[in-house]
Design a protein around this ligand. Structure first.
Ligand SMILES: Nc1ncnc2c1ncn2[C@@H]1O[C@H](COP(=O)(O)OP(=O)(O)OP(=O)(O)O)[C@@H](O)[C@H]1O
Ligand SMILES: [Mg+2]
Length: 587
């Protein structure tokens, strides 16, 4: 049974996810720390020296200091200041390079992680993924992970700078520095409730973005229906609703996030007043020290403000981080089966007490017990919703039976090597989809080693060769986005060619001729008749004419096999078959 999204336990929180991410790039983070700390120390030294120089000049002295016991001529101090700002520039640029490289790594890595996990997940999970959802996760959500990573590197830079400034401050005047430090800590703590609100609002906003992406993806696929049913206005209203919701949630998020910095600044300046009052109470040793300290503290406040902004950014990106992590875990825990067994042959295919339920209520298939022998052609008929397509997906190993097993030459399909199995089996789905590419690319479908002759053979067998030859560039003609330049019947025949080109030993067709005219259908029937006995074929069919080819027919009704036998036997055993035949005018 596929696990539902809801059953996924809540993943680890944003900090844990971010820490896991960051620890992959441990050495770069350390380098970043060292470089930013060095830069900040240079800046702090610069501020101290410059203040002392200005004060020395104002007092008409040619020597500055002593600062921390060191005195030096003004010219030396000026040269040193100039060198330190130049070096500071170099280190700042290095910080930017390291952090942007880190961001790029993280973005690529996360996109790959998510895309690969999705591609390796089982069909039932892939199929349940809402349209547009994965796209949104891969783009905006991963974008926010990148933002979080940048915020983290900025946080490292700002914290280490703060440490460097505080260290310089302690050297100049320990008491005042400690007071300011305590004030900064309190400021950070005071704003915690707002950060929590930011995080909550960010989760709501991310959810609204996903809803918008899903709605847009769904509506954009329904253009034809929208126009023919004249429901453009209703579509507009629905789009407006999700857009409004996404905008509103984002607006709330941004205004909360935006309020953090001004609030912090207000509180920080209040703390400066406190710091100055402390100087008044405890006194200061020298004018130079006071001046330097003021500069250091003001600059520290800037870093503090940066830290505050960064913590807001982290809070707003955490829900995205958590969601991506959770989704990857969901895909990974529902990975497609990866058996290793290679049976001697892809037949016989045996169903052993097979049942399948999509959800916990009524099963879509139940109690199926039959075997398909090598070279047989089996027809599957039954009313709409009887479970025919579901049966095809079980035979293809796309879904695992909830009860029982599908066995291939005696081996449970769950244990069969997928690569081997997919080389043996081909499928024509009920709604074939083409890729954006040429006719040849669509028939090859990423499989290697299929030459031109094989393309031509497959197209001839699928009765689509004339159509392909008639295209402006033949096999190399671009078929438009997802093959939109072809008719429904042409798309269906092309997908039959796609199935036949791999020379499968088992061919499963889900209503392969539903979009074809009588003549095309007859030609496909001829093809299938030619391979009769050579390829084991399972055809789900509505048209009774297609069933002429079949050695045996399975009648599926309400998920159960109500009859199975030769057409002659079914006349006696299946009311559904008799009725279908009489509607088709056959008996
Ligand atoms: N992805 C799904 N999730 C939940 N239920 C599903 C899903 N796909 C099919 N079902 C349900 O399972 C049952 C069998 O569906 P299935 O598509 O196998 O029928 P079918 O015989 O192929 O019908 P049709 O002839 O209309 O193609 C139906 O009741 C359907 O509602
Ligand atoms: Mg179907």
């Amino acid at each position: 049974m596929p696990k539902s999204r809801r059953s996924v336990s809540r993943g680890p929180n944003g900090w844990v996810v971010l820490w896991r991410l960051a620890s992959q790039y441990r050495w770069r983070m350390v380098l970043l720390g060292v470089v930013s700390f060095g830069g900040a120390m240079l800046e702090a030294g610069f501020l101290v020296v410059v203040t002392a120089t200005v004060l020395a000049l104002a007092a008409g002295r040619e020597t500055i200091g002593p600062i921390l016991g060191v005195s030096m001529p003004v010219t030396v101090a000026l040269v040193l200041s100039g060198l330190s700002v130049a070096a500071r520039l170099g280190l700042s640029l290095a910080t930017v390079t390291i952090s942007t490289t880190l961001g790029a790594f993280v973005r690529t890595e996360q996109r790959r992680r998510l895309a690969h996990a999705y591609l390796r997940s089982s069909w039932s999970v892939q199929q349940a993924e809402a349209a547009g959802g994965l796209q949104e996760l891969l783009t905006s959500f991963v974008g926010r992970i990148n933002t979080a990573m940048n915020a983290l590197t900025q946080a490292i830079t700002a914290s280490l700078s703060l440490v460097a400034f505080m260290a310089a401050g302690v050297a100049v005047d320990p008491v005042a520095t400690v007071v300011v430090l305590a004030a900064l800590g309190i400021l950070g703590a005071v704003l915690t409730p707002i950060r929590t609100l930011v995080r909550k609002q960010a989760a709501i906003s991310a959810q609204a973005d996903l809803a918008l992406a899903n709605t847009v993806a769904e509506l954009s696929a329904l253009g034809q229906e929208m126009q023919t049913f004249g429901v453009e206005r209703q579509f507009e209203r629905q789009v407006d609703l999700v857009i409004d919701r996404a905008t509103q949630t984002l607006r709330r998020l941004l205004s909360l996030h935006g309020s953090l910095s001004p609030l912090y600044t207000f509180l920080a300046y209040a703390a400066v007043v406190g710091g100055v009052s402390a100087l008044r109470v405890f006194g200061v040793s020298s004018l130079a020290a006071t001046g330097s300290l003021m500069l250091l503290m003001l600059r520290s406040l800037t870093y503090g403000q940066q830290l505050m902004a960064v913590s807001g950014t982290l809070a707003s990106s955490f829900p995205s981080l958590e969601r991506v992590d959770e989704t990857v875990a969901h895909y990974a825990s529902n990975a497609a089966p990866r058996g290793e067994a290679t049976p001697l042959s892809a037949t016989p295919i045996q169903l052993d007490g097979v049942s399948y339920a999509y959800s916990n209520d009524r099963p879509a298939l139940q109690g199926l017990d039959f075997s398909i022998e090598e070279g047989e052609t089996i027809g599957v008929i039954g009313p709409s919703g009887a479970g025919k397509s579901t049966l095809a997906q079980l035979l293809l190993g796309l879904r695992e039976p909830t009860v029982g097993a599908v066995r291939v030459h005696g081996v449970d399909l769950r244990h069969v090597d997928r690569r081997w199995f997919t080389s043996q089996v081909a499928f024509v789905p009920q709604d074939p989809l083409l890729i954006t590419g040429t006719a040849a690319e669509n028939i090859r479908f990423f499989r290697e080693g299929i030459d031109q002759d094989e393309l031509v053979r497959a197209c001839r067998e699928a009765n689509v060769l004339d159509d392909v030859a008639g295209l402006p560039h033949g096999f190399d003609t671009h078929l438009g986005e997802r093959g939109t330049q072809l008719s429904g019947g042409q798309r269906q025949r092309l997908s039959i060619a796609r199935a036949l080109v791999g020379k499968p030993s088992v061919l499963i067709l889900d209503e392969p001729t539903s979009a074809l005219d009588g003549k095309s259908e007859a030609l496909i029937r001829d093809t299938l008749a030619q391979s009769h006995g050579l390829v084991t074929t399972i055809i789900i069919a509505h048209r009774m004419s297609t069933l002429d080819l079949c050695d045996r027919i399975l009648v599926l009704e309400h998920g159960g096999a109500t009859a199975m036998g030769t057409p002659g036997e079914l006349l006696a055993t299946s009311a559904f078959y008799r009725e279908a035949l009489s509607i088709a005018g056959g008996a």
